[in-house]
Design a protein around this ligand. Structure first.
Ligand SMILES: [Zn+2]
Length: 411
């Protein structure tokens, strides 16, 4: 290990108190978007801006996305950049400032907006999602500066709004207005998803398709089934028939966990209120997570074919339509420079071998990938996002700060 890396790492080892106090301040500044019943991320972003200003970035900029429903009519995004060798790709670390509401307060053991520290755990809404990333990226830069050093490669920290409610006023706006901030060769890390060992580097996502099936029969009294057409029976038959869709799209891709496309019937809308009525209308949904190699349209077509067969054999009408659809972004290559650099830094800090992986859920990195920027989602975390008693682990944040610092100091 080089002398400068050594110095930076020992510096980070002293930051336990910093992690706690930053988490305290951030958690008390509640950043809820208007869709989640809040006024926006202003107070929290202003606080982060003050902290970052102390670290004397070469550039510090607020990019405000107009949003009439938010305080002062905008949502704040923050971008800070520290110089390094200009011929080296920049390291970008992007986190989001907004949080989700705490949900049922009776499930929390303490005030979600006042952190509680228990050993290495810090509890509070937002401490992991996504203050973990905010704190680890800020401490990485701070450790380099506190060690009397400068980052070798330019390093940027971006704090965006609106991640939890669609990113329209966050990363999407930033990419629309300031796309030139990001170069194709930059190393972009989004510390907003990971596993406990810090060995999962997320590089790809599946397409998401939610299909709504509306089965129309004929309602009647349960004692005279011959007078109606039972839509629930037909829906049940359809659910069973839909199982064969897995065989039609059964290719595997070991990059993903799980390595297959998934097709799961989920929500069923309420039908009749009483037991002695045969329902004439049933609506249910299927959640499909589709490997990027398949076209979403072909899955929908197959759903329609299967529905057609059931419709014909039971003489009921079945409508098939899209409740939600998101085509997968082009994946970040498993050997992209950001993946390699991250893997080297993880090996240096923890001695562990990380693995590029694909997941079924959607992350904000998809917007980078759709813009042609190969981003990686990575952090070390117990994954308690959106849960009551959300917590983060202080050693994880220190580990991640070291990984980011190592990436910044890598020639
Ligand atoms: Zn998040």
């Amino acid at each position: 290990m080089s002398d400068s890396i050594d110095r930076i790492f020992s510096q980070i080892d002293f930051y336990r108190g910093e992690v706690i106090s930053l988490q305290q301040e951030l958690t008390s500044r509640v950043a809820l978007g208007p869709v989640n019943g809040g006024s926006g991320e202003h107070e929290k972003t202003t606080y982060i801006e003050e902290i970052i200003r102390e670290l004397k970035p070469a550039e510090l900029e607020q990019v405000n996305a107009p949003d009439p429903k938010a305080e002062s009519g905008y949502r704040p995004n923050l971008v800070a950049l520290w110089d390094g060798k200009e011929d080296l790709p920049r390291l970008w670390i992007l986190s989001h400032s907004d949080i989700v509401p705490p949900g049922d307060l009776s499930l929390w053991q303490s005030d979600p907006y006042q952190v509680r520290v228990e050993g290495d755990k810090i509890y509070g809404r937002g401490v992991e999602d996504n203050q973990h990333g905010i704190v680890s990226s800020i401490l990485a830069v701070r450790a380099i500066i506190d060690s009397g050093l400068k980052p070798l490669r330019p390093i940027g920290i971006a704090i965006v709004a609106d991640e939890e409610t669609g990113s329209r006023y966050g990363l999407c706006y930033l990419l629309e207005k300031r796309r030139e901030l990001f170069r194709d060769t930059d190393l972009i890390v989004v510390p907003d998803g990971g596993n406990e060992t810090g060995t999962m580097i997320e590089v790809a996502e599946k397409s998401i398709l939610w299909v709504r099936f509306t089965v129309l029969g004929k309602q009647c009294h349960a004692s005279t089934p011959h007078k109606g057409k039972n839509s629930l029976t037909a829906a049940a038959r359809l659910i069973v028939a839909l199982e064969k869709i897995r065989e039609n799209f059964d290719e595997r891709d070991e990059l993903f966990s799980p390595p297959i496309s998934t097709f799961e019937p989920t929500k069923m809308e309420a039908n009749v209120e009483n037991v002695n009525t045969i329902p004439g209308k049933d609506v249910f949904y299927m959640d499909c997570r589709i490997l990027p190699r398949f076209e979403v349209e072909t899955v929908l077509e197959r759903c329609r074919e299967i529905a057609g067969e059931v419709s014909e054999s039971l003489s009921v009408e079945i409508k098939v339509d899209i409740a939600h659809k998101e085509d997968a972004a082009p994946p970040t290559a498993a050997d992209a420079p950001v993946v390699k650099s991250l893997s080297r830094a993880i090996r240096l800090v923890t001695g562990r071998e990380a693995r590029p992986m694909g997941i079924g859920g959607g992350t904000v990195a998809a917007f980078f990938r759709k813009a042609g920027l190969p981003a990686a989602v990575w952090c070390t975390s117990p994954d308690t996002a959106h849960q009551p008693n959300e917590y983060c682990l202080i050693p994880d944040i220190l580990t991640d700060a070291k990984v980011f610092a190592a990436m910044a100091m890598e020639a």
